[in-house]
Design a protein around this ligand. Structure first.
Ligand SMILES: [Zn+2]
Ligand SMILES: [Zn+2]
Length: 124
């Protein structure tokens, strides 16, 4: 005798849209602007929520110690002053100051001659 078949139970699971977890959005609403004091100039500055998130993402443990102008100034200082090398101008024989180490296989020109040569080259 053939089997008439087993009853099939269809279970429909509805996903309630209210269940979508907005809070799972990482970092959302975790940070608030914070006022800190710059240890360089003593001015108050705002460590914004965005900056805090930026710091957290990079794993920085410490809050910034300085305001933005002071940080920028330090960054510039860290790069150091431009060191000029003195060489003899290949054209006029005068003193040439160049922002790179003069190489013997390359002629060095003073700024006047360099400007003149550049002009000539561009005119061609
Ligand atoms: Zn400062
Ligand atoms: Zn010269």
């Amino acid at each position: 005798m053939p089997h008439m078949g087993m009853p099939i139970w269809v279970v429909v699971t509805w996903v309630d849209p209210i269940e979508v977890r907005f809070l799972s959005k990482r970092g959302f609403g975790m940070y608030e602007d914070k006022t800190l004091q710059c240890k360089e100039c003593g001015e108050d500055f705002v460590f914004t929520a965005g900056e805090q998130e930026f710091y957290a993402e990079r794993g920085f443990q410490n809050e910034p110690q300085r305001c933005k102008p002071c940080r920028d100034a330090r960054k510039l200082a860290a790069r150091g002053p431009r060191v000029y090398h003195t060489a003899v101008c290949a054209d006029c024989g005068g003193e040439a100051k160049v922002p790179f180490e003069p190489k013997s296989d390359r002629p060095v020109y003073c700024s006047d001659c360099f400007a003149r040569i550049k002009d000539t080259t561009e005119a061609e």
